[in-house]
Design a protein around this ligand. Structure first.
Ligand code: ZN
Length: 240
């Protein structure tokens, strides 16, 4: 499977087999909640879409609903979905389960009842809009709060976090999403880098609960073999 990743400012663009616009691959864009939230501004949305669509012809767009406690409001999400459907794109959702990405990737505490409630609400909110959605890389925990220390008991941190995150993935994300939308499919971008499966990510359960693999993805350093450069694009891709 060929895979290309193109990152604009906050936009990930990757390719999968199964062509529509292109013969040998399908182009999907992943947009962070920060950019989806900006889509309330019609001018920003129109001009950004123009820049992108002049250079590639996407088949699908994933609209992230949450990142860093920013939840994209209903009205903005609905507007964005309408806009891209009118452009003929398939629509999917996305969630990044971070509290504050800039604070060393601070994630939710999956032992804390308040955090767990928020995690579930985000999954349910997203499933209302999308039949499939991606969990971005950050579905893990490195929390060592007093609740986690107590709940861990005699287990090692690895044992505890794997158990905790596997349970959280099923009972806070997948289960509630499917109650709202029985057809919900989850994918994870964790699998985008083949090497990632060998990384020591605390409590990363993606493979254990068998999220749908969205295909491979590669990133390239900024300025590497640019295929296109625009006022928005500062990182461009190449085919793998
Ligand atoms: Zn904790």
């Amino acid at each position: 499977m060929k895979k290309i990743l193109l990152s604009l400012i906050g936009l990930l663009l990757f390719l999968q087999a199964g062509a529509q616009q292109y013969q040998n691959f399908k182009v999907s864009i992943y947009t962070r909640a920060y950019e989806v939230e900006k889509m309330k501004d019609s001018h920003w949305l129109d001009s950004t879409w123009r820049v992108i669509s002049e250079q590639v012809q996407p088949d699908k767009i994933y609209l992230e609903t949450h990142r860093d406690l920013l939840i994209v409001p209903d009205a903005t999400l609905s507007k964005a979905i309408r806009f891209f459907k009118e452009k003929g794109l398939e629509i999917g959702g996305g969630i990044t389960y971070t509290i504050d990405e800039s604070n060393s990737f601070e994630t939710f505490c999956y032992t804390n009842p308040e955090h767990r409630k928020k995690v579930q609400e985000i999954a349910e909110y997203t499933a209302r809009y999308f039949d499939d959605f991606i969990l971005d890389d950050f579905f893990f925990t490195s929390c060592k709060c007093s609740l986690c220390v107590e709940a861990k008991g005699d287990m090692s941190w690895t044992e505890y976090r794997l158990k905790l995150m596997t349970e959280a993935g099923k009972s806070l994300v997948l289960g509630p999403a499917r109650k709202v939308n029985p057809g919900s499919l989850l994918g994870t971008t964790l699998a985008k880098l083949p090497e990632l499966q060998y990384f020591q990510i605390p409590g990363q359960p993606s493979f254990r609960i068998q999220f749908r693999r969205m295909g491979r993805q590669r990133r390239f350093p900024y300025g590497h073999v640019p295929l296109c450069r625009t006022t928005l694009a500062n990182l461009v891709c190449q085919s793998s």
